[in-house]
Design a protein around this ligand. Structure first.
Ligand SMILES: Cc1ncc(COP(=O)(O)O)c(C=O)c1O
Length: 413
């Protein structure tokens, strides 16, 4: 079926040309009535499955009460309940929240807060990261040149530190090398007293689903504490149960000063949140940041319902069990298919890395066209990433593994 797109911008890169009519659980149905297993999960957004009835109910009820109650003008009655719920589930010390609509807006907000709270101008990011597509967040993003090409010049004051190569033969030496690169950066490019924050994804998302090694994150954190640099965890993709804990940073012995949240927070309703400590927020001068829609009551309702579902008995156990099932299956496929060079995963943030990007995109295309399974790539196109709804079932994981095997056999990989 041909769908009309004549009045739509061409700027969107397209993974499929499918026109969606509806979604339920792990599945979407096209306007032509064909069902697809959605392991893109709306790019790691559909935490509770497509159109979870409790989320739909919460949004519907709120729509009848008020669709918009602007946060500068009013304090509506879901703002504090959501903030106090987030204080319960975010890392210790995080007790104060600001709301916005997207991931890029919240990483930008984190930089604005860090600059005002420290009085310092610069920010350190890590090679291979993705923090968004606004001008500042593009400047912080180094996962692919396409995001920057033709959009430069970008804002200054962003310095890029090395992220360790986790496949290095001597990982300890590689971590030392990366930390030395961070030290060099502070000695040669951005002095500690000019560095407001580091912003890091505990698990690189767009960069290839690569979990930062424990010793690396601990080393970065120690340097932050030594120099009064704020540690910002960008959990836009890794947060809200995706890695099998509520936040990826919970896998580490690190207490962030600021945490950036979006995507999975509201099951697909555009919503994002910044969490920090009250004393840092107090240094963010009133009126210096805001936004028309941030803290929208429909988004708050969706987020509250989402958090209830994610905190339910056994929910994260399913994420861990399904993640293990997926990674075990991928490891098994790797035994007989040499084109898979690495398999990794934390909860349901899993990836298979291929020997080249063309192979990875062939696999994605085969799964989509022959098996109705939607996947995406990451990590310079070489990795296929799996980000199903966190409610995915054991049978659905098996279906995805079978589709992948068929793609590998047909592609003789
Ligand atoms: C880690 C991370 N930060 C920020 C963003 C930007 O989020 P958004 O696309 O909602 O602006 C993304 C999006 O993929 C992300 O993965």
């Amino acid at each position: 079926m041909t769908i009309s797109t004549e009045n739509l911008s061409n700027v969107w890169f397209k993974v499929t040309d499918l026109e969606v009519a509806s979604g339920e659980g792990s599945w979407i149905t096209t306007t032509g009535g064909v069902r697809y297993l959605d392991f893109s999960g709306g790019i790691a957004v559909i935490s509770t499955g497509h159109s979870h009835p409790e989320v739909v109910d919460a949004i519907t009820k709120q729509a009848h009460r008020a669709i918009h109650a602007q946060a500068n003008v009013y304090t509506h009655d879901l703002l504090q309940p959501l903030a106090s719920r987030l204080a319960e589930i975010t890392p210790d010390g995080i007790d104060t929240f600001f709301f916005s609509n997207s991931g890029a807006e919240i990483t930008e907000a984190a930089v604005k807060l860090a600059k005002q709270a420290t009085g310092r101008p610069n920010v350190v990011v890590f090679k291979g990261s993705f923090h968004g597509r606004t001008h500042l967040s593009m400047a912080m993003t180094t996962s692919k040149t396409i995001y920057r090409a033709g959009h430069t010049p970008l804002p200054s004051g962003i310095f890029v530190a090395p992220f360790p190569d986790i496949n290095a033969e001597d990982l300890d030496a590689e971590i030392e090398r990366a930390l030395q690169g961070f030290d060099d950066l502070l000695a040669m490019m951005s002095a500690p007293d000019e560095t407001a924050a580091v912003i890091i994804e505990p698990v690189l998302g767009e960069g290839g689903y690569i979990a930062a090694p424990q010793a690396f994150l601990a080393g970065v954190d120690a340097r932050c504490k030594e120099h009064g640099i704020l540690f910002v965890a960008d959990e836009v993709q890794s947060g809200f149960g995706r890695t099998g804990k509520m936040f990826a940073i919970d896998h580490y012995d690190v207490q962030p000063d600021i945490i950036c949240m979006a995507k999975g927070i509201a099951s697909g309703f555009p919503f994002s949140a910044l969490g920090t400590r009250r004393e840092l927020d107090d240094r963010w001068s009133k009126g210096s940041h805001g936004g028309t829609y941030g803290g929208n009551p429909m988004g708050c309702a969706a987020a509250l319902a989402t958090i209830d579902i994610l905190s339910g008995d056994g929910f994260l156990d399913n994420v861990n069990a399904r993640g293990k099932q997926l990674v075990d299956g991928l490891n098994e496929l790797q035994q007989s298919h040499s084109s898979i060079v690495d398999v990794r995963g934390l909860g349901l943030m899993s990836a298979a890395q291929f020997d080249n990007a063309q192979r990875a995109s062939q696999v994605v295309a085969h799964c989509r066209d022959q098996s109705n399974l939607i996947l995406m790539t990451a990590g310079k196109g070489k990795s296929v990433r799996f980000m199903p709804p966190l409610t995915v079932t054991s049978d659905e994981i098996d279906l995805a593994l079978k589709a992948l095997e068929e793609a590998l056999v047909d592609g003789q990989g």
